[in-house]
Design a protein around this ligand. Structure first.
Ligand code: GLN
Length: 489
């Protein structure tokens, strides 16, 4: 039989329905891959025994013609989604013993639709980072290497474990979260598809908060079709999340018509900035040519406040984080430092020992920009500029349907590179943060490998609830690009 981990979910679904193979066989193939790729450190927690039990139950359903929309889908879950009864660390020592008593809405929905959880994937601590290197559980390694080199590369972050697992085929689809690029950047580095939906489309309930006005759940997949399939099950109003929007969920798969005749594609000139790798820039141009050949109209546009997006993000995100992370005090749940003699000491020692350097840096930064006397100069100002960044998009989407940009300025960097220089690391988010500030959707789709043999991803940005149009366009790019993951890593 062909290696089942090679198939996308659309094909798995067909094979299960036609009884060409069983869910148990599918899940077992993934468990074998989890074993053979363990050195990549994609997972913090594996749930393989439970997965096999679930697979047996799934096969029963198929036998009884009761298959659900995601029946038998081997799913990896970023370890910042609360999973009832399963360790949920958020990549942090401070939650190293946290077993949630409840389930996030998204994982609840996907499991209810038939997905089978393989385990919880590695991430930058509290989803803060672009390399998965700040995880308390050691970094994840990108399955890709430069041609002729043995050196380990970062899978990107913060959803590094999720994207590396999809690329290395130790999961079929993985959940990520994206606050400033954490789905799209690692997807781009690993040669897979990463979608950040419109803010409010997918529930945040049970996803450990980083920056609440920016966080969004989204899927990481090998194909655009799989992204559309799983998004349909993720999306939709949730009364547990007060920012969740009542929006009728369309059939995203039906949007993949292959037809983009007359589509207006904007190329924002501000994204041609310093630090953009020459080859990435070349492929940006080439991708826009593909779209033009497929019948789209390419239009040069301007988003004048683009250069403020990154500084605004690094005020707003830490500010919200400093407030969200105040709850980790060693009292109610999570890690508690030993030997404290007063309540103040419990707080201080727990937080000193429980948080890593990057998280502490963000808490300090966030507390500073919110402090009396600084609040107006930083936080309030940042909020005003955030509105301007958003207005740029509103304006531009009056004349175009989608925007095409690179996902990241460069291909994957080496493990440990940029770690000593937080600003260099923050530059990773140059092309992704603006969409989070504006609450609009973005998708990264792989287009090629560079001369050094590393994946290059392009980003499509759409207006609010423009998931269908970005998925349709990404699907066209995918068909033309014919990008393939390596057979074996
Ligand atoms: N890299 C960005 C940061 O460090 C984005 C993280 C994210 O999207 N979770 O904040």
């Amino acid at each position: 039989m062909t290696d089942l981990t090679r198939l996308d979910y659309a094909s798995i679904r067909k094979g299960l329905t036609s009884k060409a193979f069983t869910t148990k066989e599918v899940v077992q193939s993934y468990i074998n891959k989890m074993d053979s790729t363990r050195p990549l450190n994609c997972y913090i927690t594996e749930c393989t025994d439970k997965a096999l039990k679930d697979a047996a139950a799934s096969d029963d359903r198929i036998q009884n013609n009761e298959a659900r929309p995601l029946e038998g889908l081997p799913l990896a879950i970023k370890d910042n989604y609360c999973t009832k009864g399963i360790l949920t660390t958020n990549g942090s020592k401070i939650l190293s013993n946290f077993i949630p008593p409840y389930e996030s809405t998204i994982t609840h929905r996907l499991k209810g639709a038939g997905a089978i959880a393989l385990g919880k994937t590695n991430l930058d601590e509290f989803a803060m980072g672009s390399s998965t290197i700040t995880s308390y559980y050691d970094p994840t390694i990108n399955p890709w290497k430069k041609e002729g080199s043995d050196r380990d590369l970062t899978p990107g972050g913060s959803s590094g474990g999720s994207s590396a697992s999809v690329a290395a085929r130790s999961s079929l689809i993985a959940l990520g979260s994206d606050t400033g690029g954490s789905i799209r950047q690692p997807a781009s580095f690993c040669g897979v598809v990463g979608l950040k939906p419109t803010y409010g489309l997918c529930s945040r309930f049970g996803i450990i908060a980083f920056a609440s006005s920016l966080d969004q759940a989204g899927p990481i997949t090998r194909t655009v079709r799989d992204s559309a399939i799983v998004l349909k099950q993720m999306a939709g109003h949730d009364p547990h999340d007060f920012t969740s929007v009542k929006y009728p969920v369309p059939d995203y798969e039906a949007a993949l018509t292959g037809n983009i005749k007359g589509l207006k594609v904007g190329i924002p000139k501000e994204y041609r900035m310093e630090g953009l790798d020459f080859e990435v820039s070349e492929w940006w141009e080439k991708t826009s040519q593909w779209l033009s050949e497929a019948g789209a109209e390419i239009i040069d546009v301007s988003l004048p406040h683009t250069r403020y997006a990154l500084p605004v993000y690094y005020i707003v995100a830490p500010a919200e984080a400093s407030s969200n992370l105040a709850r980790y005090d060693g009292v109610r749940y999570g890690y508690r430092a030993e030997g404290a003699e007063s309540i103040e000491e419990i707080y201080e020692m727990t937080r000193t020992q429980g948080f890593g350097d990057e998280v502490k840096r963000r808490i300090l930064l966030g507390t500073y920009v919110l402090s009396a006397g600084k609040y107006e100069d930083y936080y309030l100002r940042a909020q005003r500029v955030r509105q301007k960044v958003t207005d740029d998009f509103t304006e531009v989407f009056k004349s175009v349907d989608v925007l095409l940009t690179p996902t990241t300025p460069t291909t994957a960097f080496e493990l440990g590179e940029n770690t000593a220089d937080p600003l260099a690391m923050y530059m990773q988010d140059l092309f992704t943060v603006a969409t989070n500030l504006a609450g609009i959707p973005g998708i990264s789709v792989p287009v090629t490998t560079s001369r050094e043999g590393l994946p290059i991803g392009m980003q499509l940005i759409g207006p609010r609830f423009g998931e269908e149009v970005i998925l349709r366009t990404a699907d066209v790019i995918e068909r033309v690009a014919g990008f393939k993951l390596k057979e074996e890593f």
